[in-house]
Design a protein around this ligand. Structure first.
Ligand code: ADP
Length: 197
C-alpha cells in the first residue's frame, strides 16, 4: 500500500502516519524527519537545509526528491510506505510519479487531512510546550512567527496538489478536526476500500 498524507503543518499527518506504521507495518517516510536527521548529523544536505527550515520555507525540490528517491529504493519500502510531508510541490508530485513508474508501481490514495487554519497555530504551540515540559528538544520552526510562513508556503506551493490528485481520482478527504481516534478510523475505512479495489 502506497499512501500520501496531505495537509497543512499541524494537521496531524505525523500522528496518523505513526498509527498506520503500527497497524500496517509499512514505513513512514517523513521528509521533515529525514531533513532534521540530516541537520543533526551535519551532512552536506543538512547544512544547506537548516536555514531554510528554520525560516519555515521549503527546501529545494532537487534535495528532497533525491532523499526520497534513495529511501523508497530500500528493502523495507518494498511492500509500501506512507509519504508524510512529501510531495509538497507540483514538481515533487511529478517526481513521485516518475519514481513509482520506474518501478512499475502506483499510488493507492492521497489522504487529505482537512482542517481549520485557525486551530493549527494552537496545535503547534501545544506541541512545542509539551516537548519543553518533557525536556525534549523543541523544533526551531514550532513557534507562531515561523508557523505563519509555513502556512503561507503550504497555500502557495502545496495546496495545488489537492487539485492535482483530485484530477487523478486519487484524493480522499478526512475531517482532520475530529479527535485523533476518529481521524484514524476514517483513514482505516479508506485503507480498507483501497485494499479491496
Ligand atoms: P510540518 O508539516 O509540521 O510543517 P515537517 O516536519 O513536514 O513539518 O517539515 C518541516 C520543514 O522541513 C518544512 O517547513 C520544510 O522546510 C522542510 N521540508 C519537509 N518536507 C519538505 C518537502 N517535501 N519539500 C521541501 N521542504 C520540506
Amino acid at each position: 500500500m502506497r499512501l500520501i498524507l496531505l495537509g497543512p503543518p499541524g494537521a496531524g499527518k505525523g500522528t496518523q502516519a505513526q498509527r498506520l506504521v503500527e497497524t500496517h507495518g509499512i514505513p513512514q517516510l517523513s521528509t521533515g524527519d529525514m531533513l532534521r536527521a540530516a541537520v543533526s548529523a551535519g551532512t552536506a544536505v543538512g547544512l544547506r537545509a537548516k536555514a531554510v527550515m528554520d525560516a519555515g520555507e521549503l527546501v529545494s525540490d532537487a534535495i528532497v526528491n533525491a532523499i526520497v528517491a534513495e529511501r523508497i529504493g530500500e528493502s523495507d519500502c518494498a511492500s509500501g510506505f506512507i509519504l508524510d510531508g512529501y510531495p509538497r510541490t507540483l514538481a515533487q508530485a511529478d517526481a513521485v510519479e516518475a519514481m513509482l513508474a520506474e518501478r512499475g508501481l502506483k499510488l493507492d490514495a492521497v489522504i487529505e487531512l482537512v482542517v481549520d487554519d485557525k486551530a493549527l497555530v494552537g496545535r503547534i504551540i501545544k506541541r512545542a510546550d509539551a516537548a519543553r515540559a518533557a525536556g525534549q528538544p523543541v523544533r526551531k520552526d514550532d513557534n507562531a512567527e515561523v508557523f505563519e510562513e509555513r502556512l503561507r508556503e503550504y497555500y502557495k506551493k502545496t495546496s495545488p496538489l489537492i487539485g492535482y490528485y483530485h484530477a487523478k481520482g486519487k484524493l480522499v478527504g478526512v475531517d482532520g478536526m475530529a479527535d485523533m481516534d476518529s481521524v484514524t478510523a476514517q483513514i482505516e475505512t479508506i485503507v480498507k476500500q483501497v485494499a479491496k479495489s
